[in-house]
Design a protein around this ligand. Sequence first.
Ligand SMILES: [Zn+2]
Length: 88
Amino acid sequence: MYCGERFEPDALTVDHVQPRIRGGDRSGGNLVTACGACNARKGASPLAHFLRDDIVARTHFFALAAKHVWPRILRSVADELDRLPGQR
Ligand SMILES: [Zn+2]
């Protein structure tokens, strides 16, 4: 989802777009796959912070997530990104 590379399924981790602690659920529209390297770079950062700091991840996320992430979650990530200082 973030680097845009392709991996074997066992090299992928499941990432919650909206963290469970913030009300995200386990439905398909809140889950994306990320490779281990991207998941490690993202760490515990809020998604919007990670996307602000990583233009490659941001580009892939909005291109790929648009197809299957719930629209309300996508909107909230985009809104949060807009409100962050120092982006772009
Ligand atoms: Zn990756």
